[in-house]
Ligand binder design. Structure first.
Ligand SMILES: [Zn+2]
Length: 143
C-alpha cells in the first residue's frame, strides 16, 4: 500500500524521508510554518520556502481524547473506533514551533523539553487504497 502525503506543499519525502516545508524571511531570519508570504515579525513579504529541521524539543503537549470536529478533521470520527492521540508544539531549534500530532498518547511518556523527531502517521485510506499520511513527531529513543 502506497503512502501519500496529505498535503504535498507542506509535507514532502513521504514515506521514507519526511520533511516539512516552512518559510524563512531573508530580511530578519524569522521562520514560519506553514509557509506564508508575509513575515509576522517584520514588514518583509519575500519569505522563501525552506525545509525545516526534522528534530526539535517538545514545547507543550496534550492528549486528544475524543474525535475533533470534522471537517476539518479527517481521521476516524466514530468514538468507538477513535484512538486518543497526543498533540503538541515542537520547537525546532532556531526556527519555529510546529503544531503537530505526536505518536505517543501516554501522558507518562511525554515530557516538556524531550527530544522529538519528524515522522508520518496514517490518517485514512483513499479510494485507490493509498494510505493518506500526515506529519507527526515521535520521541527520540535514547540509545
Ligand atoms: Zn521578517
Amino acid at each position: 500500500m502506497a503512502q501519500v502525503s496529505i498535503q504535498e506543499d507542506v509535507l514532502i519525502g513521504v514515506p521514507d524521508e519526511p520533511r516539512l516545508i516552512g518559510g524563512k524571511c531573508p530580511d530578519c531570519g524569522n521562520h514560519v510554518f506553514p509557509m506564508q508570504k508575509d513575515c509576522p515579525k517584520c514588514t518583509g513579504n519575500q519569505i522563501e520556502e525552506v525545509e525545516l529541521s526534522t528534530r526539535g524539543t517538545l514545547w507543550t503537549w496534550t492528549v486528544q481524547g475524543f474525535p475533533p470536529k470534522a471537517p476539518p478533521y479527517i481521521g476516524e470520527t466514530d468514538p468507538s473506533n477513535f484512538e486518543s492521540y497526543g498533540v503538541g508544539y515542537v520547537e525546532l531549534p532556531g526556527e519555529v514551533k510546529v503544531e503537530a500530532r505526536l505518536t505517543e498518547n501516554d501522558p507518562e511518556r511525554l515530557e516538556v523539553g524531550m527530544e522529538m523527531e519528524l515522522t508520518v502517521v496514517p490518517l485514512k485510506s483513499d479510494e485507490q487504497g493509498n494510505e493518506i499520511v500526515t506529519f507527526a513527531f515521535r520521541p527520540v529513543e535514547n540509545k
